[in-house]
Design a protein around this ligand. Structure first.
Ligand SMILES: *[C@@H]1O[C@H](CO)[C@@H](O)[C@H](O)[C@H]1NC(C)=O
Ligand SMILES: *[C@@H]1O[C@H](CO)[C@@H](O)[C@H](O)[C@H]1NC(C)=O
Ligand SMILES: *[C@@H]1O[C@H](CO)[C@@H](O)[C@H](O)[C@H]1NC(C)=O
Ligand SMILES: *[C@@H]1O[C@H](CO)[C@@H](O)[C@H](O)[C@H]1NC(C)=O
Ligand SMILES: *[C@@H]1O[C@H](CO)[C@@H](O)[C@H](O)[C@H]1NC(C)=O
Ligand SMILES: [Zn+2]
Length: 942
């Protein structure tokens, strides 16, 4: 910005007094300042802010340029004036600043003024400390405890396409390139937008002003002070701009700020809260924001009642962005989303897209209270924030879509998914030590399945044994007590415990003591129940029993375990396992009775039984599986396969749990079985066993395929139930991939019809991913080319996503290599999608080694060129190594680790260790099980 910033009137008015006092102070401290002992030991080399200063408010004006400058760069300029208070005497101000170019005034990168007439030390020296991302301001004197000061900066930054901080997103509208200036501050990118105390506990009030071109709309956390339609142009630096000011925010963390300038339009509703959904004009006029708008009101109401706290803000904006790194971001009052997650087109979107919109909107809105109103003090406990939202998103979505039974799906999407990661010796506890999480990449690494899914799973377990009423009562007191403040996780336990007492709930131990076992130690137990003696025992469940757990636990890997169970279909009173083992005589069964534990998988653990009980469960499954609750039918399969992996039961027993599937029509057990068989496919894809497996699965899927053909009048309609719709997709996918002929004809015909008439796609949205994939796999270059053209043309992101994954299904290596190379060219594959494309290719039997070669060859380039913010390196490593099961592959992996140790692995460091551990376990597993698996399938197909 061309304009000079002036100190406040107060500051100027008191100059004389100020200077006089400063002079005295300077002379007093000069000698000490020269003494190196006196400078606090290099505080600017530490990643955490010192506890000397607290922010109060920021006034920030930003002006993003939506046209490149003469050097072809997109930039933004800005100025900031912040007020902070000194709470511990200091002569240095550290404030985060990253990749900003700060303008000098009087030779310094910032100006310091007083508020009122108190003396202000003069600035001695300022510089940018790049590694720790600070603007360092050394003073010729000390700031006084209790005094407030004002710090002013003026700066310029790049409005890059790096998806971090204030950045730009591009899209094409009728052949015209459009630029959106948008932001992603979380977790540590606010400092890339303006100098700030960029830690979650440094809450402040933000007065935001945006300058932007006429014809565009500016949005931020607060509501605009003058309605968008009444804005006036002003001239700054002889450029006509609109100045939009926003209402000051509530006290909040920097990572929740949001700024957007676009020429979007919106749909809105005005109840007690103004709700708006923003997107590209065409998406809005086509009605793609309507579903999100329909959802938001009810979901906000749901959470207001659930938390018993009114929605804290005057408006709720949600916006869909063409380029966005995460799925969505819960900026307070202005939630940002990938287009696929917010926009819904009744004609083109699948039921999965619809569900995703409902759950993500619920997730982000849940954060408006839990996370935004009350915020964890530091990132080491981010699991509580993310786990919580990942749990209650199911409750919010269930309220909006009660027909879906969506609450059941947490078991597949979160519990089972994270069991796979948390059963590794290289896993980590939910909560880390505060001092272990310092650098931005350490913070980023925490946003993993453990934080989200295990967090959700253990909170669901907690809510179950407290009862939902007590859980929400404690939660509500917690939120009311800490509104606009920060907490540590134990604060929540404290208020839940109070609710437990107030309601006379009997627990064997306090909430804090029970939860510490689940939060502070990694992993989870397997509970073994012997139904002939009634003895229960627990043991840390490790997928590879020979792996070595190096991380010590003060709880010795024992948990306090709530056990919900039933006997031959009759629910029994909950029992607790408080130590290594115990005996419960009621758990003894008599002849023909079976016992089933962990009902509905509300507990975060697996269950094993004596062989007799397993056989009775199998017997029940084959006679009448409906007696066993559907979630537990999925659990029996998942536990059995994983217990077999861990060598606790024979692999043939695990395989026996899928025999009954020829009678199963429900989605959850099928999906679980297919997931587990995927592992067998990955391990045996290069062996003779593969063909026998295919033959067996074809036999098992055929009845399901026929069932859906019947249910849909020969594929003319779609099943009514949400889960049935999912299972229809499974039926087609597996029938086609195992070679059920009528299936392949079906998908190839549909795709051919579409190729013949590209303007009319006859394939139902639910089935598109599967049909495209199956047709492209069966087809040649022509089918692929057509898919690629349709991908480039797709104006609906969810449609583009379906094509994007299907393009990786081709069996042609040349095409796969071409597709991989596109991930390095953002005009072909958006940066946000590059990771997914690589992982999709790696999931294809033919593409696996190509993707691995590609990653090895380009690691250095991708890592240094893109770094944080565009590739998810952890996902890439996990994806390309998932089928590794030979010594040769292990050696390649170790070699890769060695060769790139100089470049580093950043946020993929843990993923690489996991990949090595998994590969070692796979090698052993194949050696030990190949024979038995092959025999089982051979027998069953004989
Ligand atoms: C910020 O702006 C508000 C409203 O315009 C004003 O009252 C306040 O004094 C300003 N604060 C600073 C630090 O400039
Ligand atoms: C949104 O709600 C309106 C009114 O109930 C309804 O007519 C419309 O079909 C809904 N739109 C979507 C996409 O669900
Ligand atoms: C626990 O296991 C030990 C060793 O197997 C056994 O001696 C003991 O009786 C068991 N305790 C209970 C309460 O079952
Ligand atoms: C298990 O979940 C089903 C479906 O969500 C529900 O109907 C049933 O009541 C639950 N059972 C128990 C014991 O909680
Ligand atoms: C499909 O429907 C026909 C007639 O309605 C019936 O005879 C057949 O058993 C059904 N098949 C399946 C798998 O449900
Ligand atoms: Zn979240």
């Amino acid at each position: 910005m061309g304009k000079r910033i002036h100190c406040s009137v107060m500051c100027v008015g008191c100059t004389l007094l100020g200077i006089a006092s400063v002079a005295t102070i300077v002379s007093l401290w000069t000698i000490q300042l020269l003494d190196p002992e006196d400078t606090p030991e290099k505080s600017w080399d530490k990643y955490r802010l010192p506890d000397t200063l607290l922010p109060d408010s920021y006034n920030v004006t930003l002006w993003p340029r939506l046209q490149p400058n003469k050097d072809g760069l997109y930039v933004f300029t800005g100025n900031s004036s912040m007020v902070f208070k000194c709470v511990r005497e200091t002569n240095v101000i550290l404030i985060h600043s990253n990749k900003l170019s700060l303008t000098k005034t009087n030779g310094h990168l910032a100006r310091l003024c007083s508020l009122g007439c108190n003396p202000v030390p003069t600035i001695w020296k300022t510089w940018l400390q790049e590694t720790t991302q600070y603007l360092v301001i050394q003073l010729n004197g000390y700031l006084q405890v209790g005094e407030s000061y004002q710090l002013q900066t003026e700066f310029e930054g790049e409005l890059a396409d790096d998806l971090a901080g204030f950045y730009r997103s591009e899209y094409d509208e009728n052949g015209e390139k459009k630029i959106v200036a948008t932001s992603q501050m979380h977790p540590t990118h606010a400092r890339k937008t303006f100098p700030c105390f960029d830690e979650p506990a440094m809450k402040a009030v933000f007065h935001i002003t945006l300058l932007h071109p006429p014809g565009t709309v500016a949005l931020s956390n607060g509501k605009e002070t003058v309605s968008h339609s009444e804005t006036k142009e002003i001239t700054v630096d002889s450029t006509a701009v609109i100045q939009t000011k926003f209402e000051p925010t509530k006290p909040m963390s920097t990572y929740l700020l949001a700024l957007v300038v676009s020429d979007y339009s919106s749909v809105s509703s005005q109840g007690e809260t103004l709700i708006r959904i923003w997107a590209r004009k065409k998406a809005i006029s086509d009605g793609h924001g309507d579903y999100a708008l329909n959802l938001t009101g009810p979901i906000l109401t749901f959470f207001e009642n659930y938390y018993n706290v009114p929605y804290p803000l005057s408006k709720s904006d949600q916006i869909a962005l063409p380029d966005f790194y995460f799925g969505a971001m819960e900026n307070w009052g202005l939630v940002t989303y990938r287009e696929t997650n917010l926009l819904y087109d009744p004609v083109i979107s699948s039921n999965e897209n619809k569900e995703r919109t409902a759950t993500i909107v619920a997730h982000e809105l849940a954060h408006m209270w839990f996370g935004n109103l009350v915020t964890l003090r530091w990132w080491n406990e981010v699991w509580l924030n993310e786990g919580f939202a990942s749990y209650v998103e199911y409750l919010g979505a269930d309220y909006a879509e009660p027909e879906w039974n969506i609450k059941d799906l947490i078991v597949l999407n979160d519990v089972h998914r994270v069991f796979a990661v948390d059963a590794l010796a290289s896993s980590h506890p939910l909560s880390s030590k505060e001092e272990e999480i310092m650098r931005p990449e350490q913070i980023s690494e925490l946003f993993d399945a453990i934080s989200y899914s295990k967090g959700a799973a253990v909170l669901r377990m907690l809510s179950d044994f407290l009862t939902e009423t007590v859980f929400v009562q404690g939660l509500s007191t917690y939120l009311n007590t800490f509104a606009y403040k920060n907490t540590v996780g134990t604060d929540l336990w404290f208020y839940l415990q109070r609710a437990v007492q107030a309601n006379g709930i009997v627990l064997p131990r306090g909430v804090h003591e029970i939860m510490d076992r689940w939060v502070l130690q990694m992993g989870f137990p397997v509970i073994t129940i012997n139904t002939s003696t009634g003895e229960l025992s627990q043991q840390h469940f490790l997928l590879d029993p020979e792996s070595v757990v190096e991380r010590p636990s003060e709880f010795k890997y024992e948990w306090i375990v709530p056990v919900n169970w039933m006997k031959s279909g009759v629910v029994q009173p909950r029992t607790w396992l408080l130590k290594k083992n115990a005996t419960n005589r009621d758990m003894k069964t008599s002849v023909g009775q079976w016992l089933l534990a962990n009902l509905n998988v509300t507990g975060y653990y697996r269950v094993n039984y004596d062989l007799d009980n397993w056989n009775r469960l199998l017997d029940q499954l084959s006679k009448d599986h409906h007696v066993i609750p559907v979630i537990n039918r999925a659990q029996i399969v998942d536990d059995a396969f994983n217990l077999a992996r861990a060598k606790m039961i024979p692999v043939s027993l695990a395989l026996n749990t899928i025999k009954y599937l020829s009678h199963e029509r429900e989605y959850m057990p099928w999906e679980t079985a297919l997931d587990n068989l995927d592992y067998f496919y990955l391990m045996f894809d290069q062996t003779a066993t593969y063909d026998i497996m295919q033959k067996y699965l074809k036999k098992q899927i055929t009845p399901l395929f026929s069932y859906f053909r019947n249910l849909t009048s020969d594929w003319m309609t779609i099943p009514a139930g949400h889960m049935d719709q999912y299972n229809q997709v499974n039926a087609i996918r597996v029938a086609c991939s195992t070679g059920v002929e009528s299936c392949q004809n079906l998908t190839t015909n549909w795709y051919q019809q579409w190729m013949d008439n590209p303007d009319h796609n006859p394939i139902h949205p639910n089935l598109r991913s599967t049909v495209y994939c199956s047709a492209i796999a069966a087809g040649k270059a022509e089918e692929w080319e057509f898919g690629w053209q349709m991908f480039k043309k797709a104006s609906i992101a969810s449609e583009a996503d379906k094509l994007m994954s299907s393009l990786a299904c081709t069996r042609d290596e040349l095409l796969l290599n071409r597709y991989l190379s596109y991930t390095l060219d953002s005009t072909k594959v958006r940066k946000q999608d590059a990771t997914s494309v690589i992982v999709y290719v790696a999931s294809n039997v033919v593409g696996q080694s190509l993707a691995w070669d590609f990653v090895r060859k380009n690691w250095r380039y991708m890592f240094t060129e893109y770094g944080v913010g565009s590739f998810s390196f952890a996902k890439i490593i996990g994806g390309v190594t998932q089928s590794f099961s030979t010594q040769h592959e292990l050696e390649q992996l170790l070699q890769f680790k060695k060769e790139n140790s100089g470049v580093g692995f950043g946020s993929a460091t843990a993923a690489l260790e996991q990949a090595i551990e998994k590969t070692q376990a796979n090698i052993k597993w194949v050696a030990e099980n190949e024979r038995e698996v092959a025999d089982w399938f051979t027998n069953e197909t004989a």
